[in-house]
Ligand binder design. Structure first.
Ligand code: DGY
Length: 329
């Protein structure tokens, strides 16, 4: 019997790949840039399964391709905003993802961005490398204290909660805004529920931990920046689309807020002419918040678990569109 065909759009950690390869015929995309939508479509639709990345746009047109043999998608990330889940469900394709295992690593990074932006670590590093070592002075590269400050978390799922745990070690006052109240956690973590406006108006640091959806697209825009304190620092490790980048650039330039540090942009990669690239009070990382070696290996194992389960006709252990299993029942 022939083995199922898999298209993998990026090399993944070898230890996880080794568990998959004996069971499949595979192709791994090795180019520096992700496959174009045409190539992705051609290869995926001639395969039984696709191991995709968040840079692969799997929209309704992708799933509607006629004559496709694709039966399973296993995405190497927790976020699946690049995938039209209803289209996948309509075509009875389960979509796997990798929740849980990147929580702590991403929270570490969010905290790192907060410290780096508040204490101007990147600016200092850049000056030193440019041969500018300003004589030590009381006002050289002064920033803001993280300890004792008020942190506003927008979104209080796994990652938001992990950031709150770290904030306790810095004696921060933590407010959170979420779709639901988490009364149990409020006492355990010493956090308080606040409205979105209260978070915007009272926080020294605002950290975003929500999924991108039509409801959260540009949730943080001109009006929201108007409400923030002039010393506010915005942290985004969620998705670039949650923030209106034009409004962010204006807010940073006009001193409406003090700084921002993001791991995600809209689009990715950021456009070369983005005004954000010229601002010293802006830190931009290239979507690496989950990029520790251990976490990427854990993500790879889950992506492989999902694939193997799907290929064996079992339910994916981590399925982003569980409705696929009840469809038509
Ligand atoms: C995810 O898994 O969605 C993250 O953004 C990857 O870093």
């Amino acid at each position: 019997m022939s083995k199922p065909k898999i298209f993998i759009t990026r090399p993944i950690p070898q230890l996880a790949l080794d568990r998959l390869l004996p069971h499949v015929d595979y192709e791994i995309w090795q180019e520096q840039q992700p496959p174009s939508i045409e190539i992705l479509s051609k290869k995926a639709h001639a395969s039984d399964a696709l191991l995709s990345m968040l840079s692969d746009p799997l929209n309704a047109t992708f799933f509607d391709a006629p004559g496709s043999t694709l039966k399973i998608v296993s995405q190497f990330s927790v976020g699946v905003d690049n995938i039209d889940l209803s289209a996948a469900t309509n075509h009875e394709i389960p979509v796997g993802h990798t929740p849980g295992v990147l929580t702590e690593t991403t929270a570490d990074f969010a905290f790192g961005l907060m410290l780096a932006a508040a204490r101007r670590i990147v600016e200092g590093n850049n000056e030193v490398r440019q041969g500018i070592w300003r004589p030590w002075g009381p006002d050289v590269l002064t920033g803001y204290d993280v300890h004792g400050a008020t942190l506003g978390l927008i979104g209080f799922g796994r990652i938001g909660q992990a950031v709150a745990r770290r904030a306790a070690g810095f004696s921060m006052k933590v407010l959170y805004f979420d779709r639901s109240h988490h009364a149990d956690l409020e006492q355990e973590l010493g956090v308080a529920y606040a409205s979105l406006d209260q978070i915007l108006e009272q926080s020294d640091f605002i950290s975003l931990h929500i999924y991108l959806s039509p409801e959260t697209h540009h949730l943080i825009g001109k009006l929201e920046f108007e409400k923030m304190k002039p010393n506010a620092i915005l942290i985004n490790t969620a998705r670039g689309g949650v923030v209106d980048h034009q409004a962010l650039a204006v807010a940073l330039k006009n001193g409406k807020i003090a700084a921002a540090a993001v791991d995600v942009t809209e689009p990715e990669p950021i456009q070369n002419d983005s005004p954000l690239l010229d601002l010293p009070n802006m830190i931009i990382a290239p979507h690496i918040a989950s990029a520790s070696k251990a976490t990427r290996l854990r993500m790879a194992h889950i992506a492989v678990d999902n694939l193997l389960a799907g290929l064996e006709g079992r339910r994916l252990p981590f399925c982003a569109n569980p409705a696929v299993y009840t469809k038509g029942k």
